[in-house]
Design a protein around this ligand. Sequence first.
Ligand SMILES: O=C(O)CCC(=O)C(=O)O
Ligand SMILES: [Fe+2]
Length: 350
Amino acid sequence: MTTQTGLGAFTSIPVIDIAALWTDDGESRKRVVDEIGDAARNVGFFYVTGSGVDEELFESMLKQVKAFFAKPVEEKMRYYIGNSTCHRGYVPVGEEGLDKPDKKPDLKEAFDTALDLPADDPDHLAGNPMLGPNVWPDQDGFAEAVTAYYQAVLAVGQKLLWAFAVALGEDPDVFTRHATKTPSQLRLMHYQYDPDAHDVQGIGSHTDFECFTLLRPTAPGLEVMNGAGEWIDAPPIPGAFVINVGDMLELWTNGEFVATSHRVRKVSEERYSFPLFFNVDYDTRVAPLPQFVRDGEPARTPLVAGEHLFAQTAQAFTYLRKRLASGELTLPEGSVGLGTFGQEARQKTA
Ligand SMILES: O=C(O)CCC(=O)C(=O)O
Ligand SMILES: [Fe+2]
């Protein structure tokens, strides 16, 4: 059932209870790690239960986010992402997605947050385009609710990063040693339901730019491409995270783990979703690990994790694309275009 990419013609997405990762029971831990490894190789997506994240943290954040998006657009634009020097704040409908081959804007709005560093953080002061303080709306409890959720889910991400290394037979800390001050974004996303919109996509087909993503959606709409090029539904499971491999783990494993392409189609109900994109430190040079550069298999070209994130972001967001066009901004040397990872990219070259 597997194609030459290793990715199966799967028709559903595995569900993995990861609670044993926090226990001393070596056998149960190994079972979970093996399941994670299988899913990362054959599907690139899996659901996670047993993360231990308190459901109350999710509900509090959702309540705050609903209240924010319900405000008039002029109010939300006070926090426009284009006014931030480290890519934080409100992303209006139409800001993203215009560079896709089909040139359709994504029908969604978002509020982008990430690791909340102090204003005098040295990387921020040095002009790093992704590291720095969050922008917070003037709304009681918003910052607290989002921060509590971010910290809880980031901790689950650290555990998963460890598990991915073990699943690969690597030193367990081969990735986590690079995860100390990561440009890991938490995007708060709102897909409006518009019964009159025809042929409008929620978010176009893509891979995620980081190591992996921990996602909580409130409604169906997410679709995942299998090894046969078919779109498979990934509806929410209550309390579970949807995990997917991103570009950096695909690169580190030279394609053994797959950054699976996915998209959100026109939604049939109002939808919120919360992806936390777990990254490694900005300056981490990601090159295929030696065990994955097998005889006759070419090694992929290394990338710097933070530069890749910034280069992809700059090609997808209107405010940054304008700066690229005007010459005010240039992409880091060696940047790759959108759509370089995942099975869609492979099918293009197959
Ligand atoms: O909203 C979703 O379910 C997925 C969002 C997504 O894929 C992304 O933001 O990268
Ligand atoms: Fe995504």
